[in-house]
Each structure stands twice: as structure tokens, then as C-alpha cells.
Design a binder for this molecule. Sequence first.
Ligand code: 48H
Length: 261
Amino acid sequence: MKLDDVVITRAIVESFYKKLLEYSDVDVAIAGAGPAGLCAAYYLAREKVRVAVFERKLSIGGGMWGGGMMFNELVVGEEGKGILDEIEVNYKIYQKGYYTADAVECISTLCSKATKAGAKVFNLISVEDVMLVGEEVCGLVLNWSAVQMANLHVDPLTIRAKYLVEATGHPAELVKIIVKKIGPRLLTSTGDIVGEKPMWADMGEKEVVENSKEAYPNVYVAGMAANAVFGAHRMGPIFGGMLLSGKKVSNEVLKKLKTQK
Ligand code: 48H
């Protein structure tokens, strides 16, 4: 059969816009497709929650590709290993309580699980603001990353979500926007972003799971953003906490969604 170039164009444009329209009003919108954001997306989508993930970069996976200092192997502890079992990622025991997994297998599997469960990942799109109606944060304001990179004056578009998940990593960009625009009214000890503390793997891994919770009404924090917002340690290239954090936030949001019904 002869291929028509214009049919190819129409197929892409029509299917992308259909997808964007379908996901312009969702249950959960996640900012950032690193390990925490993707893991949250998987566990939510698995429960038939409508979830969209917006990722600034061309590639998903955030800081996971590089393992530790570009050695693309990950370490997970005992609890993190449970998630690798659930998502069917291979790992090897290094010594008791320390497991290693291939970073590329882990990201590609996480992404495959999340998207096949129904989560939609929109890459090349940056979250630049939140939608606030009255006192309620109820959506994300989005623009093409290319617009931001070229510093073009182009107005964004907005999508609605019942709940937002901040998973933008160390910079906690989404919560920073909330503090800048709404004021220091977070559910933290100071009301403001408390800030990330120095490296301490054992403590950081535990804290990141504890801190994965609501940080502003309807806004949940996951991954490194959770430790930045609530003020806790970094943990370096051990990734179990990121996965457990994504799962914990998905459970918190699922509870909220159930009480709404
Ligand atoms: C859209 C955005 C925006 C935006 C950023 O950095 P990540 O991998 O984040 P986590 O929390 O899932 O994982 C953290 C981990 O990678 C890490 O850095 C660790 C464990 N560090 C420990 C240590 O001690 O250093 O992913 C965040 C994603 C990235 O892909 C960004 O491009 C994306 O979010 N992002 N997407 N709009 N405004 N800001």
C-alpha cells in the first residue's frame, strides 16, 4: 500500500489532541515523571484512577538513568525490593538488605507498567503554575518546555485535577510556585518549604516515605520533593525510597478519592 505523508501528519495531530482533551480533566495530575511520579502513576492507574503525568524533558525517568555518578545500577533496600517484585524488575542481592537493579530496566518497566495500566504521560510539557479557584488548588498550568527554553512570551493552557502530585525532585518546583503565589501556608512545621538536609541514606530513606503526604490541601508531595518540602535528608543513589514514596502517595490519594464517592 502507498503511504500518504499527510495522513501520517493527520493521524499524529488528531490522536494527540484527542489524548490531551481526554486528559484535560483528571482525577490526579502528576508533575514530574521521575521514579516517584511514575510509581505513583502506576499504583493509581492500576486502580482505574484517571491520571496524567507532565514531564518537562523529552525522556522520562528523572535522575534514575544515571544510577550513582553515571554508574547505571541502582541500590534498593529490603522494603524497596518489595516494589521491584511487584513491578517485576530483576535484581541481585549484594549483601543482606542491599539489592542492585539495572537502572534502564527499572525505568522502562516502571513506565511500561504505568502507561499500560492507563496513566498518560505527556513529555516535553512543563508545569509553570497552578489553577486556584477561591482557596482551592484544582489544576496545573502547562506550557511546552520549548516555549520556556526559548523564553517566548506564549500564554499557557490549564488542565483540571481533583488532586495534584508534586514529583519534580530536589527543586520541588510545584510547591515553590504555591508558596510564591499563595504564600507560606503549607502543612509543614514552618508553613514554608523547610529545605533539604545533607546526605544520610538511612535517615533520608525513612523520612521520604513519612514525608510523602499532603503538603497543601489537595497537593501531595512525593520523592525528593517530599524531603525538600518537609525538611529531611537526601539519601544519594538508593532508590527504594522513591518507589515507596510514590506508592504511599498513591495510597493517600486513593483514600481521599474513595471518601469523595
Ligand atoms: C514538569 C518537571 C518540572 C516541571 C521538574 O528528579 P527526579 O528523578 O525526582 P524523584 O523525586 O522522582 O527522584 C529523585 C531521584 O532521581 C534523586 O534525585 C535522588 C534519589 N537523589 C538523592 C540525592 O541525594 O541526590 O524526577 C523529577 C522529574 C524530572 O524528570 C524533571 O524533568 C521533572 O520532574 N520536572 N516536569 N514540569 N516544572 N520540574
